[in-house]
Unconditional design. Structure first.
Length: 823
């Protein structure tokens, strides 16, 4: 039927295109001329700002219950009432309480500022649409105060309207409208009305009861509310003039008519609870306001104060609105030039669809949304924030540049950047703070990287290169030096802090050999070419390596086919654990060194080691008496007469004895040499050795009898040097093992194995069998300066030595076997 209202919705679909479902009823109203009323503004949750339409058309259209069922999206809902030829449009956006409630999740995803900016943008575009397709626009305010933020909103809409007038006029040109309508881009300039459903607290209608007849009495507030409306209208006009809104052509305010309406009671529209609203309607439908003495109900006392509607029928918003509607219909009938002629339903729906598509469809309004005016309104907080942050940025930059060295590391750059960020965070405010923080980071990073960036290379001892960032061809330098001796120990110079394992364990010693120990005999320790791709099988061991016997003959070694082959590349040393021994693993370069210093006579036990850096008290090797047990006295007199000549001078000599009872001893001298970074060198005589610089040790350490003890135990890799003090601790590292073999039918065997950390990897020379040193010789084996495991980790000397971090030269590094065969 023609009198039945038609409902429709204008919004954006999931595909980003405009959805406008008016075709189903257009045929029934195609030629009818219509007057369009738009409703915009703000509302509470559950407060339908379009509820007055229900009272006007006596149908359910935009009641408060509809506010509860939407999805939180911005759209325009409409109702076409054919009986009155009116179209009502209800704008629903984030200013409505129900939409804002749905927007909480969006706030979490987008951030509050981004969500509010998007909401303000949609509000501008939707109001642009309303002011181009409506004849009357009603602004709904939930409180009895005019929201001054609408002044800026109207200015923004006005500016955008004129900025895009050419495109808007093209839309109006789609129908046969008078030229004035096409030029203005709309049917006519709409009237602007203001609706305040909630009166001030002091002006709200109150109800009392006469004690004698229990009749409800209304306290009259009618004249007061009219005065309030008049004052409110005057304030709005005054605000309009101060804000230069009098020249705005976006709308017209009917100054000669009432354009503000304030309700006497908030109960008509403001229903925060659907159930309360239903009970109110049920109670009012009883049709009687008299209460009998016999009537007792728990509902009456509760609802009589908050739910009863004021009974004055000649004052309501429907009557107020109808006055304006009637005036506009009469003006249209009395105007013959066509400018006040209302569009037909067909014309209006076509224009409305195109207008909404232009203003609100994201596929078409990119230019609108990028407008400077839109940007300034949507991101008003951002503009204020930008102004504040732009003043804070120079302060933060000054803080970063204050006291900077000529060049510095990234770590120091980050510290200074953090200080600058702290200054920025104190002064910067708003959403631009994050953007300016990124700008600050970029500018500080550019300032550092362009001229002040320090080389980030770290030496093996953990110290940074002090040079500016440079290419690979330039040598790194930490400006830190060690005093170190060469392979043989005769030459001691300062060495630069090494930055790679090759420099630490090979290059430095290789350079020192020229002019010092180059011509000495070197024992060829195995090493591999770094370019070789060696696949090495692991060997399982039966017994614990910590309890290895003196010779490898006691070891039971078997191939392990169950373990996969492992490729070792770039490893500084061979790696062992206590459960496995690595076969045929060699260092990439000769990181160990074994040098023949000459005959045993090169060492004088009375004077000790004659090399630079040795402390006077700790330069004597340990003596180790080895009994000759597998020889005949006749053979000894023939080949090793020196042993017999020495033995006959002692009371223990027994020429008729056999083995140990014969009393012939060979004396082996050896010692573990420690060297600190200051160049101090000393020989330790026991695992619990403690160096001392006191006068009590001026005669040196005891060496007699300690050789056998040391040979049968482990020695620490690190010992606190005697040059240490409370303020500065120097750590001596085991760097060399001196061995003086006697002129006797024995071989001294070397098999050093080093464990830098407790339970860590074990490093060896690469020799599978012990190194047999010939008789009557003096040898020095130099250990690595730094230890690098196969995963690339560097085992640095501890800052302070204790039992858990002293490292170990494992037990069995030296032993003796008798040799009877002739050379």
């Amino acid at each position: 039927m023609k009198s039945t209202p038609h409902y429709f919705r204008i919004g954006i679909g999931s595909d980003g295109k405009t959805e406008f479902n008016f075709e189903s009823f257009l045929d029934t109203v195609r030629k009818d001329r219509v007057l369009v009323i738009g409703v915009s503004g703000k509302s509470h949750f559950g407060d339908g700002k379009g509820s007055f339409v229900d009272h006007y058309i006596q149908k359910d259209a935009f009641g408060p219950w509809n506010e509860m069922d939407d999805s939180g999206e911005d759209f325009v809902e409409g109702v076409h009432d054919p009986s009155s030829n009116l179209i009502f449009l209800h704008l629903k956006n984030f200013h409505d309480g129900s939409n804002l409630l749905h927007g909480i999740q969006k706030m979490k995803d987008m951030g509050v500022q981004a969500y509010l900016a998007q909401g303000r943008e949609t509000t501008v575009l939707m109001n642009l649409f309303l002011f181009h397709v409506c004849h009357i626009v009603i602004i709904h305010f939930p409180s009895p105060h005019f929201d001054t933020s609408y002044v800026q909103l109207f200015k923004t809409v006005e500016t955008l309207r004129w900025e895009f007038m050419s495109q808007i006029s093209k839309i109006m040109n789609c129908c046969d409208f008078p030229q004035e309508k096409v030029t203005n881009g709309r049917f006519l300039t709409p009237r602007l009305l203001f609706y305040f459903p909630t009166p001030p607290q002091a002006l709200r209608v109150l109800y009392t009861y006469d004690e004698n007849n229990s009749k409800r009495k209304e306290v009259e507030k009618y004249q007061d509310i009219q005065m309030f409306e008049s004052n409110l209208s005057s304030d709005i006009i005054c605000l309009w003039n101060r804000a230069s809104m009098s020249s705005v052509t976006l709308f017209k305010i009917p100054i000669r008519q009432e354009f503000c309406f304030v309700e006497l009671s908030q109960s008509k529209v403001l229903h925060h609870d659907i159930f309360t609203f239903d009970w109110n309607e049920l109670y009012k439908s009883l049709g009687s306001f008299e209460i009998n003495d016999d009537y007792d109900s728990p509902f009456v006392p509760y609802y009589e104060d908050i739910a009863l509607d004021e009974s004055r029928k000649n004052r309501n918003f429907s009557r107020f609105l109808n006055n304006h509607i009637s005036w506009m219909w009469s003006r249209a009938k009395g105007n013959s030039n066509g400018n006040w002629e209302f569009p037909t339903s067909e014309q209006w729906y076509l224009v409305a669809k195109n207008m909404f598509d232009f203003f609100c469809c994201p596929l078409n309004n990119e230019e609108l949304r990028r407008s400077n005016k839109m940007e300034s309104y949507v991101n008003v907080i951002k503009h204020v924030s930008k102004s504040i942050c732009s003043m804070a940025l120079p302060r933060a930059l000054d803080k970063y540049e204050d006291g900077l060295p000529s060049h510095y590391l990234e770590e120091y750059h980050n510290i200074k950047l953090l200080q600058a960020m702290s200054v920025l965070s104190i002064h910067a405010r708003g959403p631009c703070a994050v953007e300016y923080a990124k700008t600050l980071q970029e500018e500080c990073t550019y300032y550092w990287a362009s001229s002040r960036q320090q080389c980030e290379a770290v030496s093996l001892s953990g110290k940074h290169c002090i040079k500016r960032i440079h290419g690979d061809e330039e040598i790194h330098s930490s400006n830190y030096v060690f005093n170190s001796a060469c392979n043989c120990g005769k030459t001691q110079i300062s060495r630069a802090d090494p930055f790679n394992i090759k420099e630490a364990n090979f290059d430095f010693y290789f350079r020192l050999e020229d002019g010092c120990c180059q011509d000495m005999e070197h024992w060829e320790l195995p090493f591999k070419n770094p370019s070789d791709n060696l696949h090495l099988s692991r060997i399982s061991i039966v017994e614990d390596l910590m309890h290895l016997s003196d010779t490898l003959d006691q070891l039971s070694i078997e191939d392990s086919n169950q373990k996969s082959q492992t490729e070792f590349e770039g490893i500084g040393y061979n790696v062992l654990t206590e459960e496995e021994f690595t076969k045929d693993l060699s260092p990439e370069l000769p990181y160990w060194s074994l040098i023949h210093m000459g005959p045993s006579s090169k060492y004088s036990h009375s004077s000790g080691l004659n090399q630079p850096g040795f402390l006077g008290n700790y330069k004597h090797l340990l003596s180790w008496d080895i009994p000759i047990t597998k020889t005949d006295l006749t053979i000894l007199k023939e080949k090793w007469s020196n042993l017999v000549d020495t033995a006959v001078k002692k009371m223990t000599f027994n020429p008729r004895g056999d083995g140990v009872e014969m009393g012939i001893l060979a004396k082996v001298f050896f010692g573990c040499e420690y060297e600190c970074s200051r160049g101090h060198r000393f020989i330790a005589n026991s695992p619990d050795f403690k160096a001392s610089s006191s006068k009590s040790s001026s005669r040196g350490i005891s060496t007699r009898g300690f050789g056998a003890q040391v040979a049968e135990s482990y020695m620490p890799l690190y010992i606190t040097c005697c040059c240490s003090s409370r303020r500065s601790i120097a750590v001596g590292q085991l760097m060399r093992i001196h061995v003086v073999t006697p002129k006797a039918p024995i071989n001294v065997n070397l098999l050093p194995k080093v464990m830098p950390t407790e339970g860590g990897p074990v490093f060896v020379t690469g020799c599978m069998e012990p190194i047999k040193l010939p008789p009557n010789t003096y040898w020095i084996i130099r250990l690595p300066f730094l230890y690098s495991s196969k995963d690339g980790g560097i085992h640095l000397p501890p800052i302070k030595v204790n039992e858990t971090n002293s490292g170990k030269l494992l037990q069995g590094f030296i032993n003796v076997t008798e040799e009877f065969e002739d050379d």
